[in-house]
Design a protein around this ligand. Structure first.
Ligand SMILES: Cc1cc2nc3c(=O)[nH]c(=O)nc-3n(C[C@H](O)[C@H](O)[C@H](O)COP(=O)(O)O)c2cc1C
Length: 336
């Protein structure tokens, strides 16, 4: 097994973390409906080297859709939050990139991996794995349009193939400053195992930094990925849900320090903090509903978690959710 490549990662330089002696960026993945402003603040506090907005539709942005514009609100986070865009029209993507840069985005990422039909059927997201020349044109237009680095997040292939390798080389030639590789193909969505060998293949083929993504659920997984693929940093997605401590634990392990497992109380405290901040951002009705999935993730592994999730999905008042979670924490102190 390879040793972790200790040379300074270009990606850490890209996001300016080398000065903090952080050779391996631990990046929070863009996640639609999840990595909003509130959750990003938590992820940052938990040690994320860099975060991204959820994927933002370039077409909607260019056509001045107000809701879409709000998704790009990175005020106060400019130093550690990039904007991810999706689209298939080079002119629109270039214009959207200009708008993202004007908002202060330090990195603009292009989504070339989203598997959902609504996106793929518009030739966007993972569909670009099947239209590599267009992907190159998109990146070239964006690179020309902005001064900040443009990066690409892609999958291994569309349906069993490895078009991702050709795509990675193409976007590198078009000026992409880094590539994130999710080692699954489009047909897999999020099922099956991520192919880390493919990440290694892309790393070996490119000069720009390569970030590995897929199946980091424990701190040790991140170290294994760095070792097995030689990648320049890791990106974590589902592992952060209910467990944003994963990010700080990865960093601790990278420094040969031990992991800290959150207590029942700290899990409930963080859930309630995120709930309050979401209510402040979205208002009580939407805030509570937006948080339901997160609350379910925070109580994962608790005694009677399924019943707790069911109850949490019915409660509509912050005070009632707080009472319920505090009581749940009491019941779980001897359990976890
Ligand atoms: C609910 C959900 C939303 C996602 N939204 C995005 C997105 O907006 N942009 C993107 O590039 N990837 C998105 N992804 C993919 C993740 O960023 C990541 O590539 C994938 O989950 C694999 O990483 P993991 O095994 O650590 O979860 C999403 C994944 C999930 C589960």
């Amino acid at each position: 097994m390879k040793e972790i490549n200790k040379s300074k990662s270009g990606y850490a330089e890209l996001i300016g973390t080398c000065s903090r002696e952080e050779p391996f960026p631990v990046i929070a993945a863009p996640m639609a409906g999840i990595t909003d402003k509130v959750f990003r603040r938590i992820l940052r506090e938990m040690g994320a080297s860099f975060c991204f907005t959820e994927m933002i539709c370039a077409k909607a942005l260019v056509h001045q859709n107000r809701k879409t514009f709000q998704l790009m609100d990175i005020k106060g986070e400019e130093e550690f939050c990039g904007v991810q865009l999706f689209g298939a029209d080079p002119c629109e993507m270039a214009e959207a990139a200009r708008r993202a840069a004007a908002q202060g985005a330090k990195i603009i990422d292009v989504n070339m991996g989203c598997p959902v039909p609504k996106v793929v059927n518009n030739d966007e997201g993972a569909a670009l794995l099947k239209n590599i020349p267009l992907a190159g044109e998109i990146v070239a237009a964006m690179v020309k349009a902005v001064d900040v680095p443009v990066t690409v997040k892609l999958r291994r292939g569309f349906d069993g193939g490895e078009e991702g390798l050709k795509l990675a080389k193409c976007v590198e030639s078009a000026g992409a400053a880094a590539v994130t590789v999710h080692g699954r193909d489009r047909a897999q969505y999020y099922n099956g195992k991520a192919d880390w060998n493919f990440i290694a293949k892309v790393k070996a083929a490119l000069t720009v930094p390569v970030i590995g993504n897929g199946d980091i659920f424990e701190a040790a997984d991140a170290l294994s990925m760095l070792r097995e693929t030689g990648c320049d940093g890791v990106m974590v997605a589902r592992g952060m849900l209910g467990n944003p401590w994963l990010l700080q634990n990865i960093k601790a392990m990278l420094r040969n320090k031990s992991e800290i497992l959150p207590s029942v109380d700290s899990r409930v405290d963080l859930a309630l903090r995120q709930l309050r901040e979401s209510v402040a951002l979205y208002g009580p009705w939407l805030g509570v509903r937006f948080m339901r999935k997160f609350l379910g993730w925070y109580v994962k592994g608790f005694r009677d978690a399924a019943a707790a999730r069911h109850r949490l999905n019915q409660l509509t008042e912050v005070a009632a959710i707080e009472d319920f979670l505090r009581e749940l924490a009491e019941k779980n102190k001897d359990f976890l």
